[in-house]
Design a protein around this ligand. Structure first.
Ligand code: ADP
Length: 500
């Protein structure tokens, strides 16, 4: 097959587009980027061989039309945007291009949380106790009675209201007592309707302080599946992942086996195609409960790549190019080695409720060295506005042991400098030295409990400005770098030194 004549478009932006371009180039494919208004100087736009202007990254019709005109062969959706929209997959495939992700029917079947739970249950996969809420054509009194009985059915208080079409923690509310129920239902319904155009809600038993563990899977679309072990994503801020690790910590062997087997059952039963993630909550006894399947490549996929040595995007491209001739890796060939950790670097200010920061990136220093990977989406002189997601990069480390991976993450964060725009780097550095995080004894509540009202010494923006105005340069115009051995405390990190 002549790959050099093939073109791969990424229907996304920033770090994930750049990461996919790397795989495409390694495999001999030409790279095609989209550029929405306001994103002209973005890294993914400057990196691609061909750039297609489109009105928006969500404009499926324009994207398919422009891609077809440009002779694109394959489209990777990344995550977010159109990545889980089945109508986009159908349009891409109807136009004769390959979609690097699951089939549209699979997306439809697993896209809604209620339907996904029903499928999981039919396969004997444990789910959190739950109940549907029928909200249509009922009087207020009827609705109240229905909601009260559904809450009981879901295991009684506390219960969690969730949106069927949910994502990103939207439409989620914890109800601790009956008196709050109706008010929270109404606000969750409003948020779900405005975020997803679907106000359907359901209840789930609220598990106090669980861990979030997920399994990276891959299917060939013909009933064969393989897993790439599990990830621990318990460190979350308001239900959003901040710090991810592979493999998971402190997990009984029977639980790990159960998680992998349940996930593969789902992949095989659905004839799942390409990369996906099966998400679970795990309680302190090691019981696990399916919550949903994400039918796409996830932000945190690099930690699974680090411990297994597989490149998941390579696999996605191979599968799309070879079709029935693709040979899925044998489970035995997928071995986990060492420990990997990822943190998400955002242009946001922890001192101000994590509000997005804006500015023009003036200086960048990325960490490097053995076992350090940076998936980056920004460049010097790029303007960071509020039009797009605030994630600028992911720092990933891999080491033979978790203890060394933690040290490596501390080192990597201490080596990182982003000036001109505020970031959460101080917050992440603080986490990397936090005794709880270092011990690995964490739950999904740890960050919200321990870091509520977290106040860095300076606002993220002030820190970034100071790094710029202080005499940072040496005579040769290079950054003064922290050349000391691994610091014992975050107090001495590069960017803290710079601030003083
Ligand atoms: P979304 O798709 O909106 O991100 P998820 O269902 O994936 O929502 O859940 C996101 C996070 O919310 C989980 O990782 C967990 O921290 C928390 N969560 C979800 N369901 C429950 C539950 N039943 N009990 C306790 N926490 C939950």
């Amino acid at each position: 097959m002549n790959r050099s004549s093939k073109k791969l478009l990424v229907a996304n932006r920033s770090e994930i587009a750049c990461r996919i371009f790397q795989a495409a180039q390694e495999m001999g494919l030409a790279t095609v980027a989209l550029c929405a208004p306001g994103d002209e100087n973005a890294k993914h736009v400057t990196e691609a061989q061909v750039v297609l202007p489109v009105p928006s990254y969500l404009d499926a019709d324009s994207i398919v039309r422009e891609a077809k005109k440009a002779g694109v062969d394959l489209i990777h959706p990344g995550y977010g945007f159109l990545s889980e929209r089945s109508h986009f997959v159908r349009a891409v495939e109807a136009a004769g291009m390959g979609f690097l992700g699951p089939k549209p029917e699979t997306m439809e079947a697993l896209g809604g949380k209620i339907a996904a739970k029903e499928i999981a249950e039919s396969l004997g996969i444990p789910t959190v106790p739950w109940a549907k809420i029928e909200m249509k054509s009922q009087s207020d009194d009827q609705l109240r009675l229905t909601a009260l009985s559904a809450a009981k059915q879901a295991g009684d208080y506390p219960v969690l209201i969730k949106a069927h079409a949910g994502g990103g923690g939207k439409g989620m509310r914890v109800v601790r007592q009956e008196s709050e129920l109706m008010e929270l239902l109404e606000s969750a319904g409003r948020e779900a309707q405005s975020s997803f155009g679907d106000g359907t809600l359901f209840f789930e038993k609220y598990i106090e302080g669980p861990r979030h563990i997920e399994v990276q899977v891959f299917g060939d679309g013909r009933g064969n599946g393989v897993h790439f072990f599990e990830r621990e994503c318990s460190l979350q801020r308001r239900h959003q992942k901040v710090w991810e690790e592979a493999p998971a910590l402190r997990l009984p062997e029977a639980t790990r086996q159960g998680l992998w087997e349940s996930s593969l059952k789902l992949v095989r039963a659905m004839n799942y195609r390409s990369a996906g993630t099966v998400e679970y909550l795990v309680d302190e006894k090691g019981n696990y409960y399916f919550i949903e399947m994400n039918t796409r490549l996830q932000v945190e996929h690099p930690v699974s790549e680090c411990i297994t040595g597989f490149d998941l995007v390579h696999e996605q491209i191979e599968l799309a190019l070879l079709g029935d001739a693709y040979a899925i890796p044998d489970q035995g060939a997928v071995q986990a080695q060492g420990h990997a950790i990822e943190v998400r670097v955002y242009s946001e200010d922890p001192a101000q409720e994590f509000r997005p920061c804006t500015g023009v990136v003036s200086h960048l220093v990325w960490p490097s060295g053995p076992g350090i990977r940076v998936d980056r989406g920004i460049e010097v002189s790029q303007e960071i506005g509020t039009l797009f997601d605030a994630m600028c990069a992911k720092i990933i480390v891999h080491a033979p042991t978790r203890a060394l991976a933690i040290k490596r993450m501390q080192y990597a964060l201490n080596q990182t400098l982003i000036a001109g725009v505020g970031t959460n780097l101080e917050y992440l550095t603080r986490l990397a030295y936090d005794p709880k995080v270092v011990s690995g004894v964490v739950t999904t509540k740890t960050l919200d409990q321990e870091y509520q009202g977290f106040k860095p010494e300076l606002s993220a923006f002030a820190a970034s400005v100071l790094t710029e105005v202080l005499p940072l340069s040496t005579g040769s115009g290079e950054f003064r770098r922290n050349t000391g051995s691994l610091q014992e405390s975050a107090q001495e990190s590069l960017w803290r030194t710079v601030k003083l």
